[in-house]
Design a protein around this ligand. Structure first.
Ligand SMILES: Cc1cc2nc3c(=O)[nH]c(=O)nc-3n(C[C@H](O)[C@H](O)[C@H](O)COP(=O)(O)OP(=O)(O)OC[C@H]3O[C@@H](n4cnc5c(N)ncnc54)[C@H](O)[C@@H]3O)c2cc1C
Length: 500
């Protein structure tokens, strides 16, 4: 195979955005995908396709969703999600640790990047149902998460692959990059193992977009800590930290929250890795409308501290910390209609009963008398004087408890009663590589490494402790686009001989 300008490692959202952008910049691009065709697209394929984008009103949304109907516009309060709100959310949930330059790029380029993707054939739709509830005949969006890719993650990945095909970008499957080819001049290619054969592929630039180390139990334990080997992996089995390892091996600088990750409540009996037939539906995200209890029958977290989008990514860790690494989510009939679709799948660990005592008997591995005491105390603590409203932080709290519930508290007293068993499902890791504003990887002395770029999960410095829902895809798209443009520009300036 003749020399490429740019090799992209990975074939998820960040990688394909990088490949399309590099091609647009005039580069000849090849994509290496470790997975077989049927499992292509990494975690991006497992997503719901929800993307956090800044918009100043319905006109900005129409630019992304041109087929929004007049009726939808009239019956929906889309509100705004300004760049300032986006900055505030990033700052608050990461406890002001996120790199200001990277956050600035993420936020300010979010809308333009989605418009660019729209131009490449990716379609977006409003997320009715999960990010907006109908109250008084009108949908109202909340939590800053308003659009998703049509067809969810699989739809997004399919549309990106189609665009890559149209642009003449070749994708090699079952092609695992195992090492970077580097010398004093920088990076000039990768060593790749494809179907049992190892060879060297040369290029003027390499873009690493091959995910974090969430699917590597040994690294999880090493960096995230004890018991993380026991977490279930929500997505692809192929993100084992290869890109990070390859870059560190040639002197790249680690960056970000290496002991942190995105992890959620996930069905207790889900398989070790994600299952594409089920996608993200093992997640159980409606806990703000109920309570969560552990093996001791006790609540352990403020389920209503914030909108789901701002707590779900850190509560997986809290579940992992409970005895036996599990919890039960408890709801009664009053809120059953608010439960997300994922509560109605076949592959679910669910119990149901007509009385709370019978429910207690069915909650496996739980201290039953303690659970009944918890329910009684909780019911007494609910502020009945404040009306319940799922669309706003309603302040309807359960007060005077060791662990309060700040919003959406309702008594648990109306049959049938429901229990769902969850454990911790890891989504992706936060630690990664240091990059410049041009998405170029930086070495341990602080100098950019010629010919090496990175995007997506393996970029460190954006997320710490927590994460606002929908930012993963946005970050992959923004930094993928930047990485591709930078790599194409560098390739244009590099004489072919220098890369060989
Ligand atoms: C169940 C689930 C639901 C989610 N929902 C959302 C959501 O709705 N919105 C959102 O913004 N985020 C969501 N996320 C997070 C989101 O998936 C990620 O942040 C984002 O997709 C990461 O994109 P990426 O391109 O960096 O990585 P990935 O999409 O994981 O792509 C990595 C690619 O690299 C390949 N690869 C790995 N190692 C190698 C190697 N050595 N050589 C070649 N290729 C390799 C993989 O096979 C894969 O193709 C979700 C994640 C999961 C698991």
């Amino acid at each position: 195979m003749d020399q490429q300008d740019v090799i992209v490692v990975g074939a998820g959202n960040a990688a394909l955005c990088a490949a399309l952008s590099a091609r647009e910049g005039g580069a000849r691009v090849i994509v290496l995908e470790r997975a077989p065709f049927a499992e292509r697209g990494g975690n991006s394929t497992f997503t719901a396709g929800a993307i956090r984008v800044a918009y100043n009103g319905v006109d900005d949304l129409v630019a992304l969703v041109p087929d929004l109907s007049e009726e939808e516009k009239h019956t929906t309060d889309f509100g705004t999600y300004t760049e300032d709100q986006y900055f505030d959310d990033m700052a608050r949930v990461t406890q002001h640790r996120g790199d200001p330059d990277l956050v600035e790029l993420l936020v300010r380029r979010s809308h333009a990047t989605l418009k660019w993707l729209r131009g490449k054939g990716v379609r977006f739709v409003p997320i009715y149902g999960r990010q907006a509830f109908k109250v008084g005949g009108r949908f109202k969006f909340w939590g800053g998460l308003t659009v998703e890719a049509s067809g969810g993650g699989p739809g997004l990945v399919e549309a990106l692959h189609k665009a890559a095909e149209r642009a003449g970008i070749e994708v090699l499957y079952e092609a695992r990059a195992v090492a970077l080819l580097a010398d004093d001049r920088g990076v000039g290619g990768v060593r790749v193992r494809q179907q049992g054969k190892t060879r060297e592929l040369r290029a003027k630039s390499v873009i690493l977009a091959c995910g974090g180390f969430e699917a590597n139990a040994e690294w999880r334990t090493r960096y995230l800590g004890p018991n993380w080997d026991l977490a279930k992996v929500r997505g692809t089995r192929f993100n084992t930290g290869d890109g990070i390892r390859m870059a560190l091996e040639i002197g790249a600088q680690p960056r970000g929250n290496w002991s942190g990750c995105h992890a959620v409540s996930w069905d207790r009996n889900a398989p070790e890795f994600g299952d594409l037939a089920v996608g993200d539906q093992f997640q159980k995200h409606s806990y703000p409308f109920g309570i969560m209890i552990n093996a001791r029958g006790e609540r352990f977290v403020d389920e209503g501290a914030e909108f789901r989008n701002y707590t779900y990514a850190k509560y997986g860790r809290v579940v992992l910390e409970q005895p036996g690494q599990f919890a039960w989510q408890i709801f009664d009939h009053k809120v059953a209609h608010l439960l997300r679709d994922e509560y109605r799948i076949r592959q679910i660990t669910k119990v149901e009963a007509d009385t709370i005592e019978r429910l207690a008997e069915r909650l496996e591995d739980v201290d039953k008398p303690a659970f009944l005491r918890t329910i009684a105390e909780f019911n007494r603590a609910v502020r009945q004087d404040i009306p319940f409203n799922p669309n706003v932080k309603d302040g309807r709290a359960a007060v005077g408890l060791k662990i309060p519930k700040s919003n959406w508290a309702n008594t648990i007293d109306t049959p049938p009663f429901l229990g769902f068993a969850v454990t911790c499902g890891i989504t992706f890791t936060f630690g990664g590589l240091r990059i410049t504003n041009d998405a170029q990887v930086v070495d341990t002395d602080g100098a950019p490494i010629p010919g090496l770029y990175a995007a997506g999960e393996l970029v460190g410095g954006l997320f710490y402790f927590n994460y606002p829902g929908g930012t993963g895809l946005m970050s992959g798209a923004v930094f993928g686009k930047i990485a591709g443009a930078s790599a194409a520009l560098a390739a244009e300036r590099t004489p072919a001989a220098a890369a060989s």
